[in-house]
Design a binder for this molecule. Structure first.
Ligand code: ATP
Ligand code: MG
Ligand code: MG
Length: 406
């Protein structure tokens, strides 16, 4: 980090680049959703310029980004145009045109993390192959091309059987469970058929889901955030508890697996490692995201350096920050659309009004132009002096709903 120069003559010297702030590199982000929005919020604190590429006019990041280029991050010519304006290119979504990123990288464009990492991760089947080759524990899996193959997988792995779309999955859209052989065909159809590219996973009989945010600097130094517990409802992240209330040994094992998984990937930035904890104390990897993640929203209020600031530091080659928690406990609750349109906005508004009365609660609203059922519209993070207190506060925010009543 260079000190801002007061001496105007210094800026004319050609032998040394004078940086007038934290960094003069423009960070280009493919995607402008809520993760992009929170990256921009963090960047604005350090006057780092972030520009985003997103097809949606009024996307969450648009109002706070240094600039929003309206266009598809999955369109080659658009990504090439966008890259011309960036000092470093990064992502807040993995479903981007990775072939173009690879080509740009060969031409000298600085992509962080590396395009090779995005390529592995954006195809969940390739991701599983990659991690199993690197000795990371994960549920058994198998590619399926037709109903016969699906039946063979069912015979081998048993039921329930998890069928997943290889690509373009998020919030469980792309997953279908077959409880028996009879359900295979309808599960496959619900995912758009075999043409979509499917694979199966053996059911992971988890007792908890855990996640670890791992950060990799440009010098390859790696730091891990405290292990959190994620609670999903119908495959959508619902609540995050930080830190996870599990034995010390389990936390250690989860961090080790996450560290090892990220070590096998190339490039700088924040990664999120989703894990299953089984009843016999095993940790299995579910998937990795090559970007800030829902399980790390809480870090904005609960950690010395948020995952968003950390991602910027990492891709810009700045020193990494302290990932440890500055509050003893935190819980994050996703504000999911409960209804379409105005009724949905009304219900969300009631929830926000309630949250604002809770001590330690912090409301985040993504300002998405359209409300839809089950869409992530915002979140609330509650911090406090202990997990017991934070849970009690969460319960009082959710009176009549209950976060663990199913
Ligand atoms: P995300 O929004 O995290 O990207 P996604 O659409 O990629 O989600 P997954 O992470 O593959 O979906 O799965 C979503 C959820 O479904 C998991 O968090 C877990 O609750 C459940 N799940 C996934 N795989 C399995 C499995 N093999 N066995 C049991 N449950 C599973
Ligand atoms: Mg996913
Ligand atoms: Mg997931």
């Amino acid at each position: 980090v260079c000190r801002a120069s007061q001496d105007s003559s210094a800026s004319t010297r050609s032998d040394e680049l004078v940086v007038h702030g934290v960094s003069e590199t423009v960070v280009g982000v493919l995607g402008g959703g809520q993760l992009g929005q929170m990256l921009c919020q963090s960047a604005s604190e350090m006057a780092i310029k972030v520009i985003v590429l997103d097809p949606l006019v009024g996307c969450p990041a648009s109002s706070i980004a240094h600039d929003h280029m309206v266009g598809s991050f999955d369109d080659s010519a658009t990504v090439v145009e966008f890259a011309k304006r960036c000092g470093v290119l990064t992502v807040e979504i993995e479903h981007v045109d990775v072939s173009t990123m690879e080509r740009l990288e060969q031409q000298g464009v600085d992509c962080q993390p590396k395009a090779s990492t995005i390529r592995i991760i954006q195809d969940k089947y390739l991701q599983k192959v990659h991690f199993s080759r690197h000795g990371i524990p994960l549920p058994d899996f198998m590619q399926i091309d037709d109903l016969e193959g699906a039946k063979r997988a069912g015979d081998l792995f048993g039921y329930p059987l998890m069928i997943k779309s290889r690509r373009l999955a998020y919030d469980g859209r792309g997953n279908a469970v077959a409880k028996s052989e009879e359900e295979l065909s309808s599960a496959v159809t619900s995912l758009g058929g075999f043409g979509r590219g499917l694979y199966v996973e053996k059911w992971a009989p988890f007792v908890k889901e855990l996640a670890v945010i791992v950060v990799r600097g440009r010098d390859n130094a790696i730091v891990c955030y405290p292990v959190v517990e994620t609670i999903h409802k119908e495959s959508i992240c619902h609540i995050v508890k930080a830190p996870a209330v599990v034995p010390w040994k389990i936390r250690q094992l989860a961090s080790d697996v996450a560290h090892k998984a990220v070590s096998s990937l190339e490039g700088a930035g924040v990664f999120a490692v989703e894990l299953f904890l089984t009843s016999d104390g095993q940790i299995l990897l579910n998937e990795v995201a090559p970007r800030p993640h829902n399980s790390g929203h809480h870090t904005i209020e609960s950690c010395y350096t948020s995952q968003y600031e950390q991602h910027l530091r990492a891709v810009l080659g700045l020193p990494l920050g302290d990932p440890s928690m500055k509050t003893p406990a935190a819980m994050m609750y996703n504000l999911l659309g409960e209804d379409e349109g105005d009724q949905g906005f009304h219900l969300a508004h009631q929830m926000i009004a309630k949250a604002l009365t809770i001590p330690g609660a912090n409301v985040h609203w993504y300002d998405k132009p359209e409300m839809r059922k089950q869409r992530k519209m915002g979140h609330v993070t509650i911090v406090g002096p202990s997990m017991g207190v934070v849970e009690a506060r969460m319960n009082s925010m959710l009176v009549g709903r209950g976060y663990d009543d199913d």
